[in-house]
Design a protein around this ligand. Structure first.
Ligand SMILES: *Cc1c(COP(=O)(O)O)cnc(C)c1O
Length: 240
């Protein structure tokens, strides 16, 4: 799959350039390939090229694809809205959950991590605002609620707090939103020094996220191409 190889190389070059522009070590920014809607064969092809981290936003699709790629050395990440009743299955896969935005989900994942015998790595998802109506599809805790949620995660033996995650509001300059995220992340890190990760930046705004300190960028379209059908988290544009 030469297309995939070129694309992932181009994305990595964007990441490296953005890191250098920000005076950061390019190795401090990890690339999470968001493979939602794309077949397991694409995951396998990228894994053969050395890509290790893959993200999905639907639990069933994650479980199916993980089973399809079987024994490959990949690490799964969940970036969609997670129902409590899917927490245990996601935890058993050893997936990193980027979207913990409420206490009930944190508690369900905590139980799941305890049952699985290894803590679940989690990010607390922050709602950075934006047009009404987007939030229902996207999730995220309002910034005022984030420190308490981070405290809860940090105090849960079945969870490991990695940091904060967010999606920039659509149709706006992402820099101010990512700066607000970075300030909140610094505050959380002052209480929880282990929360060193920041999951922010997608195909369209990864440079802005890296300038604000992102350590994980979640990239789908720039690697795999346009998704055949819109899915959760996509902008539904009237033109399509
Ligand atoms: C789909 C998705 C991405 C990847 O978006 P692209 O614009 O395709 O790079 C990143 N994060 C989340 C939460 C997503 O749902």
């Amino acid at each position: 799959m030469p297309g995939l190889e070129e694309n992932v190389r181009a994305v990595r070059a964007r990441i490296d350039a953005a890191a250098r522009d920000a005076g950061r070590d390019p190795a401090s920014v990890a690339l999470l390939a968001v493979s939602k809607t794309w077949p397991a064969a694409d995951v396998a092809a990228l894994a053969a090229l050395g890509q290790r981290d893959f993200g999905e936003n639907r639990a069933q699709e994650l479980l199916t694809k993980a089973a399809e790629v079987g024994g490959l050395d990949v690490r799964w990440h969940f970036v969609g809205q997670l129902q409590r009743n899917k927490a245990a299955a996601v935890a058993r896969l050893g997936a990193v959950v980027h979207t913990v935005d409420r206490e009930s989900l944190a508690r369900a994942l905590d139980r799941a991590g305890e049952q699985a015998g290894r803590p679940v790595d989690v990010f607390v998802q922050v709602d950075l605002g934006g047009a009404a109506g987007e939030l229902a599809a996207r999730g995220g805790a309002v910034p005022a609620d984030v420190p308490a949620l981070a405290d809860l995660v940090a105090a849960s033996s079945g969870l490991r707090l990695r940091g904060l995650m967010a999606v920039a509001p659509r149709g706006e300059d992402p820099h101010p939103a990512f700066d607000r995220l970075a300030a909140l992340a610094a505050r959380v890190r002052s209480d929880h020094p282990e929360a060193v990760e920041l999951s922010a930046g997608m195909s369209g705004d990864l440079e802005a996220a890296i300038a604000a300190g992102a350590t994980v960028v979640r990239v789908g379209t720039a690697i795999f191409g346009d998704r055949p059908l819109p899915c959760d988290g996509d902008q539904i544009s009237p033109a399509t």
